[in-house]
Design a protein around this ligand. Structure first.
Ligand code: ADP
Length: 433
């Protein structure tokens, strides 16, 4: 009987304690007494003590179990939270193993780079890095992996649609609770917009500097001519013929100086928002006639023929527009044609095109490379020529023409090839009085 009881104790201790206790009312009873009332011997006393130890153990296990369960739940919740964060964060997140191989990228990472998850794994992502950034980035990354340290880099991805994404890549090493290095976690932040703005500002600074250098040259040249030839004119010995020629030079230089100052004032007015279209009645034929008179001599001096074609009778050529702005835009185009054409032809005019009037200025001059067709309409932009001082100019004329024509509700475009001349087309709505 004693033996049986001992065996029972062992079973109860190492198996499912609670279930066994519940199924054995006698033992339950014993557990509530001092151990002698039911059984009257040592074993029952010992059993009672054992039972109380078991109870403590059970309570302990239960508490531990509960804490463990809570911890697991917390971990699961935290993992879920971070997984949601990684999936939805507006920042690219990636994980790399101890050797630096990518093992995870989040959806935003894929969005920035336009690389699919599986393409990014291992070193796959490197294929999309801009060729100019690969060497420094690889060096930086390998160094971080070797030293198990973090890294920082600004670099570019070439996306599948051909656009460039600038990113800041930041990585930190990860260690487990035992202090063992387990890999890296990193982020990439899209800084494309900021980079573009910075590059634009740098370009704008560069252009402004070159404009200031250019303009000081452009202003000094006619000013020197004016002061120099004015001094010659005071020489009483000078023949009338020479006096006339010097006076012409002074006139031309003054005109040029005035046109530079006018351009600067125009740009300042556009920039400050003060330039506005003032619509009035204007006659397209008369505008062309005045321009022809203005440039005929200058064109002839460069061996060019200058012609214009008015397609409507004078009485029908009345339009509602800002005469001075239209005139200024055409003036700038013809001025360029004369400047960039030598011993050639320049023709200008207009024609009706749908509801618009399309003015044109064509020349047989040096032409413009295709990649500059949009650029030349931006301020200070000039096509680089080998001998850059061969042609005077501030790089403002076309930008002013474009702004003015757009103010009139129209548009401007160029058709040109190097060595084959240029044709500028300027379209405005044909509004009759
Ligand atoms: P600028 O003539 O004062 O340099 P513009 O804004 O008028 O400035 O013109 C910008 C640039 O566009 C010129 O410097 C020149 O390189 C190019 N360009 C404009 N018109 C012509 C043309 N008719 N033929 C060749 N190049 C031209």
């Amino acid at each position: 009987m004693k033996q049986i009881r001992v065996v029972c104790v062992k079973i109860i201790t190492f198996t499912d304690i609670l279930r066994n206790l519940k199924n054995r009312p006698a033992f339950n009873k014993s557990a509530t007494t001092d151990g002698t009332k039911n059984h009257g011997d040592k074993y029952s006393v010992r059993y009672g003590k054992q039972q109380s130890d078991d109870k403590n153990l059970t309570e302990g296990l239960k508490a531990e179990n509960k804490a463990l369960k809570k911890r697991i739940e917390e971990l699961e919740a935290s993992e879920k939270k971070y997984s949601v964060l990684a999936k939805t964060a507006p920042v690219g997140i990636f994980n790399a193993d101890t050797r630096g191989n990518t093992v995870y990228v989040n959806p935003y990472w894929c969005k920035i780079t336009q690389i699919k998850f599986e393409e990014a794994l291992g070193n796959g992502w490197l294929k999309a890095v801009h060729p100019d950034d690969i060497a420094s980035l690889t060096r930086n990354w390998q160094n971080a992996v070797l030293t198990m340290s973090g890294s920082y880099a600004e670099y570019r991805f070439i996306r599948k649609d051909g656009t460039v994404a600038w990113v800041i890549g930041n990585t930190v090493p990860e260690f487990n609770n035992d202090g063992e290095f387990t890999g890296y976690i990193g982020t990439i932040t899209d800084i494309t917009e900021r980079k573009m703005a910075e590059m634009k500002a740098e370009e704008s600074d560069r252009l402004k500097t070159s404009f200031l250098n250019n303009i000081s040259h452009e202003i000094r040249t006619p000013l020197n001519a004016i002061t120099g030839f004015c001094a010659f004119l005071s020489d009483s010995q000078l023949s009338n013929e020479r006096k006339e020629s010097f006076a012409n030079i002074i006139m031309e230089s003054s005109d040029y100086l005035l046109s530079i100052i006018a351009d600067i004032i125009d740009v300042a007015a556009i920039e400050s928002g003060q330039a506005r279209a003032e619509i009035c009645q204007a006659n397209a034929n008369y505008i062309l006639e005045v321009l022809h008179g203005r440039f005929l001599k200058r064109a002839g001096d460069r061996g060019n023929t200058l012609t214009f074609k008015a397609r409507m009778p004078d009485a029908e050529a009345w339009i509602m527009t800002d005469k001075s702005k239209l005139n200024q835009a055409l003036n700038n185009l013809i001025c360029n044609s004369v400047k960039f054409t030598e011993n050639g032809k320049i023709e200008f005019g207009y024609r009706k095109k749908g509801d618009d009037l399309e003015f044109y200025v064509k020349d047989s001059g040096i032409g413009i490379p295709e990649d500059m067709h949009d650029e030349i309409f931006k301020r200070f932009r000039q096509v680089e020529v080998l001998d850059s001082r061969r042609y005077s100019g501030t790089g403002l004329g076309l930008s002013i023409a474009k702004e003015y024509i757009e103010m009139l509700g129209g548009s401007i475009r160029v058709v040109s090839k190097p060595g084959q001349g240029s044709a500028f087309y300027l379209k405005i709505p044909h509004k009759r009085p």
